[in-house]
Write a protein that binds this ligand. Structure first.
Ligand SMILES: [Zn+2]
Length: 967
């Protein structure tokens, strides 16, 4: 039988020059080939139509565990982890996920290496090896992955919703798996998990249930040959696609109010209804239409009304978990403390808004607006990394006909009021499930969810009790949104006068600096504008930092109802704290960008503290700060590492201490001081002419500095602030032991940081090459072999231009001091591998790194992100990639070894390390004995972060005048 390539026309974006071809191999494997001659990264993704819904009874997590095991080894490549090693050493990355009904594996790689990568990848689906020893080890990784999720509210609440459904429906299942479900319980029943894995694999991994996407620079014919030769041997047992008819919720699971206790501070309301899956009518797009309206944030919307009542912080609406058979429509509302006291009113108002939608009928103009937005979005979509593109498409392939593989359900086109009404009719009190989370329910619950142990209680609701809530809810003026003024109509491309390769300093005054880069690469009607307000007072003290934070949050809050439409129309903005003050960013279609930016600037100028909004924002800020203690322990370790290294970084504990005493008046006064002197560092790129770019900044200057009552004056020369980094000590290993902030969390974590140098092209490339060489061996040793924990990473670190290496590990099996010892043991064994590296291996890694550096930017955002970092750090190496490639071409093996011997090798006199050790609940005894042990080398133990920082010298800043950037 030959490959079937019966022509199907696949709908693609107008601006997309790539070629696509669908083929079906004789074994029924369906594949999409994507040929992109310009790409420097190739990618592939295999979707297998089986997921955790198919887990055998009593072997929860088997599908997910199999996903892990396929990475280990194959008959053809029996060396463990050699697949990942090959991909990493050729500039790529790998990943996979398991969902309810599919498992998706994907990778990317430098485009020259696609052929061999495909051969290795294909072994997953032909002849994998799952040794008993590896199987036993990897159960620990799955268990550690589950340990990481145990105290995460997202996972806990998801499982609670699943648990409160029919036991006969697979939606009810626990999907991750753990040591108990994959090892202890099967053993007790006389089952061998490995044999079960193999059985599951043989049954389900059948070619007719697989969809493959391959993305490369080769021609379609060449890609077709590659796919055919590599994937034709996948067995096809004509397995019928698993199907799970029926609904997860029977009547006992509807009309319920579930009160649950979360880990974090804050109150959440999740209102859900079982509905007809949107996919059954995706051309009519019922979910998109209804979620657009219920989730709207403009004047008259549900959110607008609830926000003005001071009851909610955020609201989102849309389809939740779904399959072809069932689906949930969800409205998630983050409540304020006051909102928590008005849940009946809030639910009442939600049903009032739904009734309004029903009574006012389906509006063609709203549907048409959505169609315009969706079409513009599809046809002017930015290129994304091929790995994500391939994975998205392969998961679409089992759901949509080939012509819609690229667009999926993102292009509604048929206006059909009856289908939209049908979904609206499903959002009734009779069908509703309400999940309400708050720590206030602690002690008032009577049940425990079995997998995550979330405490909850169920109350029955009736349609009439909800009707009472509707009747007594306040009479607010809810109405449909006005037409969206931000939909771009002008999508023409500007003629670029000067074809510059790098950003140029276009304008410099006492008030601002404008860096400008026209689009010479992407040819999209989009632009990128960043204005960094350098305000010396913004980070002057912990109090100032908190007030600046509240100021940016309040500004965003004030702008929301106006600017929400811009985001809907693909024009995004953010206002957030930066190192120097705060940063305003607007990214998206350039047509209406100026209108939005000028509104933001005028809001900054006319900023007033509204006391009701101040107290809501203060409350949320407080919860955010408090919730830091529930972050993953490895996040905590990374936070301490930054706190130890950055000169002006204030501890959250101090900010949390100050926050309760801050009032609206403090901010009113602070705002005037904050903006009284400022300097604007600006970057404008994309589809905007240079004259226009200048006029944008002139307008901002005029508004702030030159009106009759100017808000701001320029900075005095002494006021330009810079961020500086603490220098560690050669030959000394500092360590900072600390208990985890949440002492019910059993996980410990380690960041082992090796500080190396300040930005320097030659040293940079040595560090990068070392990181590339050591990354996979470190993962293999510390995770696959030693199974220290699911999170085990070796990566580079860059703090404002100061570079180093860091190992990040989260573990329940070893305490942080022991983890630290394992890192050093790894480096010692790796030493020999490095010395014994052949010239060929060295060259191949150099080439891979060069290819990674020469990778073109995918889109304007990526390009701008790179240049903006050069500006913010003050390094201004816009030609960094080119210079580093040149340095790499000259680098010798011996130079790399010398670099390792001088900076990284354990025991070498120049080595500078900092080990941040967060002790979890399982290791608190180890922590106590460490702290109490006077025989420990006290000179290297950091007992107080601030004394340590005060006692250390700092690296110079690149903004110092002697550096690259002149202030
Ligand atoms: Zn996993």
């Amino acid at each position: 039988m030959a490959v079937d390539r019966s022509e199907t026309v696949i709908l693609k974006p107008r601006t997309d020059k790539r070629e696509y071809r669908r083929i079906v191999l004789p074994n029924s494997l369906e594949a999409l080939l994507i040929s992109d001659p310009e790409t420097d990264k190739a990618a592939a993704s295999m979707n297998v139509s089986v997921g955790h819904f198919s887990d055998p009874e009593g072997l929860e997590g088997l599908a997910h565990f199999l996903e892990h095991m396929l990475f280990y080894a194959s008959e053809k490549y029996p060396v463990e982890d050699s697949y990942s090693k090959f991909i990493t050493e050729h500039g790529g990355s790998t990943n996979a996920y398991t969902s309810s009904e599919h498992t998706n594996f994907y990778f990317d790689i430098n485009s020259d290496s696609l052929e061999e990568a495909l051969d290795r990848f294909a072994q997953f689906f032909t002849r994998p090896l799952m040794s008993p020893d590896a199987t036993l080890r990897e159960i620990k990784a799955v268990d550690s992955e589950n340990q990481k999720n145990l105290l995460s509210d997202g996972w806990r609440m998801h499982q609670l919703q699943k648990n409160l459904s029919s036991k006969d429906h697979p939606y009810h299942k626990f999907n991750t798996g753990n040591w108990d479900t994959l090892e202890v319980a099967p053993k007790a029943k006389g089952l061998d998990t490995r044999l079960e894995l193999i059985k599951f694999y043989k049954q389900n991994y059948s070619a007719n249930l697989m969809q493959l996407v391959v993305y490369g620079k080769e021609s379609l014919d060449k890609l077709e040959n590659l796919v055919e030769s590599n994937f034709k041997d996948i067995l096809n047992n004509d397995r019928v696609k698993p199907c799970f008819p029926g609904q997860p919720c029977s009547s006992e699971h509807l009309q319920i109010l579930v009160k649950a206790v979360p880990i974090k501070q804050g109150h959440m309301l999740r209102i859900t209804w079982p509905v007809t899956p949107n996919i059954r009518n995706y051309k009519e797009g019922p979910c998109r239409y209804i979620s657009h309206l219920i989730g709207h944030e403009g004047v008259g919307s549900l959110f607008y009304v609830l926000k003005n009542l001071g009851w909610v912080m955020s609201l989102s609406a849309g389809e939740g978990e779904w399959s072809y058979e069932f689906s949930f429509f969800c409205v998630n509302i983050e409540l304020t403390d006051s909102g928590h006291e008005h849940v009946e009113d809030i639910v009442g108002l939600l049903f009032k808004y739904i009734a309004l939608l029903r009574n006012s009928g389906i509006h063609k103009w709203i549907f048409d607006e959505l169609v315009t937005i969706c079409e513009t979005d599809f046809h002017y979509k930015d290129k994304i990394p091929p790995i994500n593109y391939a994975a998205n498409i392969s998961s679409n392939m089992q759901l949509f006909p080939p012509e819609d593989w690229l667009c999926g359900s993102s292009l509604p086109s048929r206006f059909c009021p009856s289908i939209l009404n049908m979904m609206l009719d499903e959002l009734t009190p009779k069908n509703v499930r309400i999940f309400w989370e708050s720590q206030k329910f602690e002690g008032c619950t009577d049940s425990l969810e079995p997998w995550y142990k979330t405490a909850y209680i169920i109350e029955k609701l009736t349609a009439s009790s909800i009707q009472k809530w509707v009747d007594k809810a306040p009479n607010e003026h809810l109405h449909l949104p006005a037409p969206n003024i931000f939909i771009p109509a002008d999508l023409t491309l500007r003629q670029v006068e000067e074809k510059v390769q790098f950003p140029v300093l276009r304008r410099k005054t006492l008030f601002s600096k404008l860096w400008y880069k026209p689009d010479t690469t992407f040819f999209t009607p989009k632009a990128y504008v960043t204005i960094d307000f350098n305000c010396p007072l913004s980070n002057f003290s912990p109090e100032a930092a908190v007030l600046t934070d509240i100021f940016t949050r309040l500004l965003t809050d004030y702008l929301n109802e106006y600017a929400y439409d811009a985001q809907v129309a693909g024009l995004y903005y953010s206002i957030r704290c930066s190192n120097a003050g705060f940063e305003v960013k607007v990214v998206g279609y350039n047509h209406k960008l100026r209108i939005l930016l000028e509104t933001i600037i005028s809001k900054i100028k006319q900023f007033e503290v509204k006391s009701d909004r101040f107290s809501v924002i203060k409350e949320t800020t407080m919860k955010d700060y408090q919730n830091f203690k529930f972050q993953q322990p490895y996040h905590q370790a990374m936070y301490y590492c930054s706190l130890l290294l950055e000169e002006h970084r204030w501890p959250l504990t101090e900010q949390l201490e100050i926050l309760p005493f801050l009032e609206a008046d403090h901010l009113t006064k602070f705002y005037r001081d904050l903006l009284s002197r400022t300097f604007l560092e600006c970057y404008i790129a994309g589809n905007i002419g240079s004259t226009e770019a200048e006029s944008i900044i002139v307008h901002v200057e005029d508004t702030l500095f030159k009106s009759s009552q100017p808000t701001s004056k320029p900075l005095l020369p002494s006021e330009h602030l810079t961020k500086r980094i603490v220098k560690l000590e050669s030959g000394l290993g500092f360590y900072y032991p600390v208990e985890g902030l949440n002492q019910t969390d059993e996980n410990s974590a380690l960041v082992h940081y090796i500080q190396i140098h300040q930005d320097n092209i030659k040293l940079n490339v040595k560090l990068q090459l070392f990181a590339l060489l050591a990354k996979q061996p470190a993962f293999h040793q510390l995770r696959s072999v030693e199974q220290l924990g699911y999170i085990t990473v070796l990566m580079q670190r860059n703090d404002s231009g100061v570079r180093g290496l860091q190992f990040i590990i989260q573990s329940t099996v070893k305490d942080p001091a022991q983890l630290d010892a394992r890192v050093e043991a790894f480096l010692k064994t790796f030493e020999n591998k490095l010395y014994e590296m052949t010239d060929e291996e060295f060259k191949s890694n150099i080439n891979a790194l060069i290819a990674m550096k020469l990778e073109k930017y995918k889109n304007l955002k990526e390009e701008s992100g790179f240049y903006w970092k050069e500006i913010v750090d003050g390094t201004l190496r816009f030609d960094r990639k080119e210079s580093e490639v040149a340095a790499l071409r000259e680098l010798t093996r011996q130079e790399l070894i010398n670099f390792f011997d001088s900076y990284i090798k354990v025991g070498t006199p120049q080595r500078k390390t900092l080990s941040v050790q967060v002790y979890g609940a399982l290791h608190s005894a180890a922590f106590q004995s460490l702290i109490g042990d006077s025989s420990q080398p006290q000179n290297t133990q950091i007992r107080d972060i601030f004394s340590f920082k005060r006692s250390r010298p700092l690296f110079g800043s690149f903004k110092g005048g002697l550096g690259l950037m002149k202030l």
